[in-house]
Design a protein around this ligand. Sequence first.
Ligand SMILES: [Zn+2]
Ligand SMILES: [Zn+2]
Ligand SMILES: [Zn+2]
Ligand SMILES: [Zn+2]
Ligand SMILES: [Zn+2]
Ligand SMILES: [Zn+2]
Ligand SMILES: [Zn+2]
Length: 1754
Amino acid sequence: MAAAQTDRDPPTDPEFVHFSAKDTSSSWLAVADLQQEVYRHLATYVPRILCRGASGGNSREEQREELACQLLLLAPLEWFLLGEEPAAGIAWLQQNNHPSPLCGHVFKVGEPTYSCRECAADPTCVLCMQCFLGSVHKEHRYRMTTSGGGGFCDCGDDEAWKMSPYCNKHTPSERHTEEDPVAQLPVDMVARGYSIFSIILKYAVDLLTWDQEDELPTGLETPERSDSYLCMLFNDEVHTYEQVIYTLQKAVNCSQKEALSFATTVDRDGRKSVRYGDLQFCEQAKSVIVRNTSRQSKPLRVQVMHSSVVAHQCFALKALGWLGQIIQYSDGLRRILCQVGLQNSPEGENSSLVDRLMLNDSKMWKGARNIYHQLLMNSLLMDLKYKKMFAIQFAKNYRRLQTDFMEDDHERLVSVTSLSVQLFTVPTMARMLMMEQNLMTTIVRTFVDHLRHRDLQGRFQFDRYTAQQALKFGRVQSLIGDLKYVLITPPSDWSPQLRQKFLEGLDSFLDLLKCMQGMDPVVRQVGQHIEMEPEWETAFTLQMKLTHVITMIQEWCCSDEHVLVEAYRKCVSALTQSHNSLPDSEQPISLSLCGHSVETFRYQVSQDKVSIHLPVCRLLAGLHVLLSRTEVASRVPEQLPLGELSPPLLIELPLRCLVLCAQVHAGMWRRNGFSLINQIYYYHNVKCRVEMFDKDIIMLQTGASMMDPNHFLMIVLSRFELFHIFSSTDVRKRYREANKDVVQQNNTLIEEMLHLIIMVVGERYVAGVGQVEPLDEVRREIIHQLSIRAMSHSELVKALPENGNKETGLERVIDSVASFKKPGVTGRGLYELCPEWSRKFNLYFHHYSRADQSKAEEAQRKLRRQKGEDTALPPPLPPPLCPLFASLVNILQCDILLAVEGAVLQWAVEPSGGGWTESMLQRVLHLVAMALLEEQQQLENNKGDDDVTFNYTCKISRPGEAPSPTGSVLALLETLQNAPHLEVHKDMITWIVKTVSNIKTMRERTVSTSTVSTCPGHRAEETLRDRDKAERKRKAEMARLRREKIMAQMSEMQKHFINENKELFQQSLEELEASTVSAADSSAPSLEHTCVSQVCVGPRRAGGAEQRQLVTCILCQEEQEVRGHGRAMVLAAFIQRSTVLSKNRRRILPDPERHDPLFMHPDLSLGIHTASCGHIMHATCWQRYFEAVQVKEQRRQQRLRGHTSYDVENGEFLCPLCECLSNTVIPLLPHTHIPGHSGNHPSLEVWLNTTIQHIAVLHSAHRKQSEAVAEGAESVTLCQNPFSSSVREMITTFSTSAYKVGLKLNPNEQDPRVPVLSWSTCAYTIQSIERLLMDEEKPLFGSLPCRQDDCLSALTRFSSACWTTAPLKTVQTHFIRLFTVLVPDSQVENSLCILDIDMFHLLVYSVLAYSSVHRLDQSSASVDSAHLHLLHLVTVTHLVQILLTNCTGCLSVPDLSVCPSVEEVCMDQDSGSEEEELIYELYNTLRKHLDSVLPVVSSGWQLWRCVKAGILPFLRAAALFFHYLNSTAPPADLLVAGPCQWEALCSFLSLPSNLLQLHQSQHTLLEPLIYRWCCHPGVKQVLQGGGVLVRFPRESNKLIELPEDYSVLINQASSFTCPRSGGDKSRAPTLCLVCGAILCSQSYCCQTEVDGEDVGACTAHTFTCGTGLGLFLRVRESQVLFVAGKTKGCFYPPPYLDDYGETDQGLKRGNPLHLCAERYRKIERLWRQHGVAEVIGHAQEANQTLVTIDWQHL
Ligand SMILES: [Zn+2]
Ligand SMILES: [Zn+2]
Ligand SMILES: [Zn+2]
Ligand SMILES: [Zn+2]
Ligand SMILES: [Zn+2]
Ligand SMILES: [Zn+2]
Ligand SMILES: [Zn+2]
């Protein structure tokens, strides 16, 4: 495969070496046929330079190739073009360049783009980050998104921006003139430019569009031909990565890794040669690939190509790149290239090179397309003149290009058709194309022609679509996008030609709508359920896509009267045509009711076909409203074809559609399945309703306003199939006795019908229907949303329809109606409706769903009750209607409606029958109220000149006529006012009755004194209401006072009760927490008198008195005393590896088999942390519980094979009480260690000597023992164990867990490292908690939550006992090794130097291990003495350690201001000169030992400061440790944060506050030890930079700093390239919050193998950075990601919020995002508290879908 490369090694080829670009180019100048000469040159060199084998392409070789290309191929071109040394020539060009005012920055994938919501002409106008930051728009309301790649910055394009089109950088200079840039270049260069550009461009076009595999274009063939071929694999969108990789491994016999690399390149560049060799060799690979991939689909495309063809194609791409480069230097050359590109060849029309490229676009591979698209953007699109010419060519070829795109299977992004956004969104360009190329018509026609599947009437038939067709439809959709671009800005002035072409376009658009009118009709299924759900989504997708286009067409029409009238005419005739195609089977019938009769025809929605799709009707409705708005109708009515309209026909189809909805609600269409339900849902949905539901209501309003209201209502009744119920008393009676289902159906239908009437009369917020401004509509929408409840910005945005510019208008009105409440650390900001707007609330708001309505009703009633008002919700005062719709109000007082109202009220009076509901009554009351308001308003506005014709009060006072010969409506209402079953509606009825009497008064006044204004009447009502209100208020106030009094009495009684039963309460509280009564708590009372000199270590220590400890098992609720010999009690716990405290993330994890954990390195790179939820169980209860979990899990896995949030096989379970993730239990042990006050306290010297003696004894004993073992005689030293077997078993359980987790090994109880790991987790956990308390400035004691306190206490006591289950010899050996560090002993090998040991770990281990040695002590010296000596020794060692590390090199003083509490502690007193002197002395001793390494220090002051700050964390951790070990109560000073800590701490630890006295008092004893410490060769090595040097205090780890502005992050991530696939953009750049690394996540390229499994970059990173646990920010999604292990993870809200206090997960909203420091701190705290795993557990429990995500692949 890898052919020998030497013969093609350019620099060694003599010919290459002697080549001169200058000579070549000058020879070209002389020839007659330049093309021939250039081709000959290329034919000679290109194949020799660029013939690469399949595997050729390591980077060195690539560089060499690149160099050869430049020297041999491109340099002659440059010499020829410039006529001089290229560098000089280019410099000259640049000097004389007039850069384009356009920025033209082409966006990379993931790069942030900005659009100004105030100034952008449309949402496609965007700025790059640099331009945005340099523009005024950054002060405006802007939107930020990440680019999908392609497209460029619109800075400098004055058509793209309503104002400020230029940023600072692109502001055009004065000298910019319109003159031809070509004229600025020397004449001969222009000539050479034309000739060389046309040759090179033609060469490139020829080769990129070349389809011969084995031949070259004329002039490029060479006489000697090698027999070398390439097997070229092409990209398709059908086959998956896995399929390709698998196939390649088989076909070309490569490794999986190579195959992956091939696949990645194919996906990126569109093709890749996978084999190099002779023809047969390549053909063989091809046939394997084809055979392997042809089974399910069409095979992968493979070609065997001659290597010289591929070489020339490669160079063609390089040549295009070169052209793009050279024209950047000169606008003149750019213009020349544009001319060359667009010049037609002799073949005529559309034959230019650019045309050829475009027309062959779909045949090219991805890489080629990208490069020539880029060239188009750099050349034609940057030159305004040629952009126009290119646009014309683009439009001319439009249909062909789109057809090619349809056949192609590549994404649109890599198709030339995607350039439409650059051309069509420029308004002048779009209009020019519309006029000259009839673009609108072309687009619509192309679209319609691609949808060929029609029914007999020529309508689309999407409901029969197959998946294949749906896929194709997905591609066709982009045409609608183009149409939208063309229409996005309505013209400000019209030319006759524009009018003509627009109307022509409208004609074809109406043809499209006609194909949709009535499509996908449905028929009610009776008897049985439909067999197959019809496909409905395609039709709705089309509707949704067209919504904005339809709205835009209306905006265009609206901007010109002539166009509007013409469009209206066309629309009417389109509607008439589609009506004509309706089936004529509908028989005419005549209806009569209440003395009115109307002609209509028989049609029933429940039996005949009905369709939801009526776009022609709806467009007409839209245009009708526009007519009404512009008043053309009233001015020149003769121009309108109003006469051609038959109102009953206008309303017919929309009415059917609305009845369909009502019937679906009534449950009549259940058998038609979900397809219909979904359609009804979308019909009302905010995405569609503007051009569906809303327009249907308008059409009904239009029709009704042209009809007799009685006739209108009779038709409505008939279509609702309710006519018979209201037409005869007989039917009504029978109906009420009919079967229950039918009654219920009809009830719902009546409710729906009444609601429809309310909407037809009452919905007036569309400008043109009512007299309103467009913003009023948005305001009303918001008011009604907020009437349901307070909402966040995003919820509101979702509830409002967006226009074509993605704007809702929300921001323009929201502040006038609502107030904003900021969010806390969780939650989001909310808008609340200002109370004064709630009187605009309309219960029957047309966009409420039934659920919304009842929620809003409840909320509003509650609000009114709180305010002490009545709960009536009368309709708000509506805006007046426009003249064209004015007659709508008459519906309210027409006879039919009165009859309906009368009937419903009559039923309510006698509610025993079934046919009646409260909703029905409520709607009738609403209608009555609307009528009364209308009358009242007319009376108020009446200036007295004429009578008010609206006389509802009079009509309802008349007794009803047949068929309801009962009392009048008013009388019925008065009867109902006192009906007990209508309590809820009482307030409303009262309101009505009162209003009626007010109106009557008003009428009387106007009659008596017709000139008097109606105000007094109004005021009378007002005062009546006021009085009513006052009364209610008074009552409410009294009730409140009464309540308060009762509350006060109750709380008084409670207090007494508590005081009397204090103990009882105490007890129950404790039970509630189910926690151990920790020693600290129980000894609290004694605190006051012992706090003076409380000591926690040594013979003088206090506390630890024997005390009974009672706990309750959460599983069996039994109480139990904690005893060593009793039943074991355990605490649920979670143990995990941790790197939170790590000061060295680069340390490679130790080999678990050989790792020696006895000495913790001070960099704390890997620790074991234990946490607990604090819940206690019997060991036996827990075991039973865990077994049950195991069994359940096994069964579940057999059934579902999924994961759970916990891994049982790893011992994980959820705490049975709080569901907290746990993986082990800590046994609870009693405190047995009584202070040995009786024992004597030997001096350090004595103790050291005894201990050294003991060690010597042990050494010999061990030697003997091992000899004995060698001889086979097992001699086990059995010691009397203080614990029962059940307790011992639990001790082993936890030790084993610590071992298993800490070393990642299978449990092995015999391993001598077992106890060490138990001690380790104790020490590490204490250390990490000490850091947290310090950084959060909390007191050392008393501030820990119960669960942590219990956990530490249990953990420490356990650690002190765990040695009992290990062989004594093991523990003793550990002690000996630990002790050797302090007292170096030549007998023990490999002892570590003190700089490589964390002293706190050493302290804990040696104290805990000492117990095993103490047994030997016959001197009755107490264990406590030993502990104290150990503490003193380790403290001194630590002092030395700090002095050695802190003072090396620069003598940097730790920045104390970082941590205020450290500073407090260290600065609280003017530490005496004694310390300074002593430390100076000590330091100089150290210098003496290590002379050359430590620097000179002039005084001790700074040293003392360093040491004090450095040792503080150690002392605090030691205090915690001994406090828990010995159950000593802490001194009062340490229970509060603040100064005086040092003294208290030292005295608590039985240390002198001048620590140096430790050294001073034992000078002679310690001096030799210090000498030996310093002499360890490791010390010098580390200090001289040979190891990891840790300084003290160790600074606490924090998560990385994040920028305030989120777009900075996006920008950083967008320039991040995948480290593995050669400078490729990463698709999911992800930031590690712990170390700041950016990773290429969720991608094949960066998968790594971890423990034999392929994992994504994030998971792989967690194993090096966080030992399996990671916190990341997915930059492009704006999402925090937590992962733990390989199988667990969850998403967490990011710490970035927009101005509305909301996160934007997925970056969908695009509002500017800013860092919320509190939320970030919360995440950091979670991490530092080791709570991430628990959060993941809870998230996975709460959301099962998280469990199914393959977290390891992220
Ligand atoms: Zn820019
Ligand atoms: Zn700019
Ligand atoms: Zn702006
Ligand atoms: Zn129990
Ligand atoms: Zn729990
Ligand atoms: Zn990291
Ligand atoms: Zn990658």
